[in-house]
Design a protein around this ligand. Structure first.
Ligand code: 5GP
Length: 210
């Protein structure tokens, strides 16, 4: 029997490098798949429908909610974002490890829906580094940067609810740290409940027949 894959949730401050890490994991290892979210936000230049997001109308998103097609969803800065359930379940059943790159409300809802989900929070080593990385992108005004730092303050308050914290000081190390963390999580007792139950049964049977 093929083992089910792991549902991995990656969150992190803006500028944490979580997007790059996810892309590299997909490129380097065959076991990962990334879930494409649905959103009602308008596409940014260069964004492709079906690749970056499924861009849908509010009506369509609300239909997806009603018909229970989403594993989790949330409203974030005036738009809906959600994870289509079908793809994730199919990939997990095929033994693939599925990555959701989502914010924390969605992360905790995903954990409620999937108790075995592994929650990973990625962060630069300091707040000053968060600021410098946002500034270095040269795409955001000082006002937007400040908004994101404020959002970061909110996020910092709930990091301890994640299973793992990865400090991205060096991107190569962070990629390998996340890969190894996911590998280790496969050995957790929660994920191996069926096997443990089988062993217990075997002991009972063995002693009955001895
Ligand atoms: P952006 O509009 O910048 O692409 O994304 C805004 C926020 O929504 C990011 O924190 C991103 O991680 C989060 N996000 C993207 N997709 C999903 C999703 O499917 N569910 C949830 N809960 N958050 C998402």
């Amino acid at each position: 029997m093929k083992n089910k894959g792991v549902l991995i949730v990656i969150s992190g401050f803006a500028g944490s490098g979580k997007g790059t890490i996810t892309k590299e994991l997909i490129k380097r290892y065959d076991n990962y798949r990334v879930s494409v979210s649905a959103t009602t936000r308008k596409p940014r230049p260069m964004e492709e429908n079906g690749k970056d997001y499924f861009f849908v109308s509010r009506e369509e998103f609300e239909r997806m909610i009603r018909e229970n097609e989403l594993l989790e969803y949330t409203e974030y800065v005036g738009n809906y974002y959600g994870t289509p359930k079908k793809y994730v379940e199919k990939m997990l059943n095929e033994g693939k490890d599925v990555i959701l790159e989502i914010e924390y409300i969605g992360a905790f809802n995903a954990k409620k829906a999937f108790n075995e989900a592994v929650l990973i929070f990625v962060t630069p080593p300091s707040v000053n580094e968060v600021y410098l990385r946002l500034k270095g992108r040269n795409t955001e005004s000082e006002e937007v940067i400040l908004k994101r730092i404020k959002r970061g303050q909110e996020e910092a308050a709930i990091i301890d609810k994640y299973d793992y914290v990865i400090v991205n000081d060096d991107i190569e190390t962070a990629i390998e740290d996340i890969h190894n963390t996911i590998k280790c999580s496969k050995f957790s007792s929660v994920r191996n409940g069926e096997f443990v139950a089988k062993l217990k049964n075997e002991f009972d049977e063995f002693l009955k027949n001895y």
